[in-house]
Design a protein around this ligand. Structure first.
Ligand code: ATP
Length: 354
């Protein structure tokens, strides 16, 4: 695999305040990375730093092996071979679709420009719209134009800031799959910012979860879901509910049963929480006694009913007020029932990262 992007300990400050610190990551040709994290964690700043709109306070960025960018060696955006697609697409309203696409390739001869525009119009299914203006297009079509314009100079890396947030929810999935296929066909390396974890699972090969200017975890979406490395990652990805426990020897006691810590690595339960993924909780069918939870809220989903459960009759230090359970069974609000934890690999974290 050939490396396209390599970040080593990238740091950015605004007004003397650290906004990004110690960001290191690598992307190979054709890989698509989804940047996820809560509002204000620095996702857009990272894109802007890569694009060259923001100067670094520390670290190094290497593009395609030979271009090196550091605080002492800033390279202007137009020389980085990076294409950027903004959330609002930022198309020029007074230019046609074809003229928008031509914007970054005016150095090419007229015939080369024409050729490239016609290829891109075809690739992005815009052939009919070359002479139209942006306001005459749908949101999805405008986005395709933005992508065509960014691809026209044949960048080494494509940056997309919340590319799907303005797209109708019904079209979003279809468009994501289509654009992913296109990027794969072109072997285009891309980084996109999103708030939506489902977009990462549809669109990305890798996910980077950020928090307070730091990169907490980088990996394949499935790996990060199976093995989140801290509370913030699991919580942001909403991988499950958090319940307290008490540890005695290698036995964990929770409000819904006891578990054995086979890894022997669990720390005392104080300030620590057990991650309960919905698939690891089950209703004890036919049990009329020993109820340990009450149904607090019910919502309907494609996977059946989603129940929010709260513990009942638990001592204060083990009580919880939210445990998610998905089931096809119809339960009533306020109903008491008994649930248990299925044997599984336990994931325990503390909220405190320091
Ligand atoms: N030009 C600036 N000057 C000073 N502070 C800034 C500037 N731009 C962003 N910030 C601050 O940097 C932090 C990171 O902002 P950024 O926009 O990168 O976050 P984000 O993760 O993209 O957020 P969102 O998901 O809400 O778009 C925030 O605390 C923000 O207030």
């Amino acid at each position: 695999m050939s490396e396209i992007l390599n970040l080593q300990q990238v740091a950015v400050n605004f007004d003397g305040k650290s906004i990004l610190s110690d960001i290191s990551l690598r992307l190979d040709r054709g890989e698509i990375l989804g940047l996820l994290g809560p509002s204000g964690c620095g996702k857009t700043t990272l894109l802007n730093t890569l694009a060259g709109f923001v100067t670094m306070a520390g670290g190094e960025i290497r593009i395609d092996g030979n271009m090196q960018i550091s605080p002492k060696h800033h390279i202007a955006p137009e020389h980085r071979h990076i294409g950027m697609i903004f959330q609002d697409y930022a198309l020029f309203p007074h230019l046609t679709v074809a003229q928008n696409i031509a914007f970054g390739i005016t150095k090419l001869s007229k015939s080369e420009q024409k050729q490239r525009i016609s290829e891109l119009l075809e690739l992005l299914k815009l052939t009919e719209h070359g002479e139209r203006y942006p306001h005459q297009l749908s949101g999805g079509q405008q986005q395709r134009v933005a992508i065509a314009r960014a691809l026209a100079p044949q960048p080494k890396l494509l940056l997309l800031d919340e590319p799907f947030s303005n797209i109708d929810a019904r079209l979003r999935n279809e468009l994501m799959l289509e654009i992913r296929l296109l990027l794969k066909k072109l072997q285009m390396t891309a980084i996109f910012v999103t708030h939506n974890k489902d977009e990462v699972f549809t669109f990305a090969d890798k996910v980077a979860v950020m928090h307070e200017g730091k990169l907490l975890q980088l990996g394949k979406p499935a790996e990060v879901c199976q093995q989140p490395n801290c509370y913030q990652v699991a919580d942001f990805l909403q991988l499950g509910s958090w319940i307290p426990y008490a540890l005695s020897g290698n036995e964990l006691t929770t409000a819904i049963g006891k578990l054995t810590d086979t890894s022997g690595a669990m720390a005392n339960g104080e300030n620590r929480l057990l991650l309960m993924k919905p698939q690891d909780v089950e209703i004890c069918e036919g049990e009329t006694e020993g109820h340990n939870v009450i149904v607090n809220h019910i919502s309907v989903t494609e996977q059946g009913y989603h129940y929010h459960l709260a513990s009942s009759k638990a001592p204060a230090q083990l009580a919880f007020d939210h445990l998610s359970l998905y089931s096809p069974r119809i339960l009533a609000l306020g109903q008491n029932l008994k649930v248990q934890i299925k044997p599984h690999e336990l994931l325990v974290f503390t909220k405190d990262r320091h």
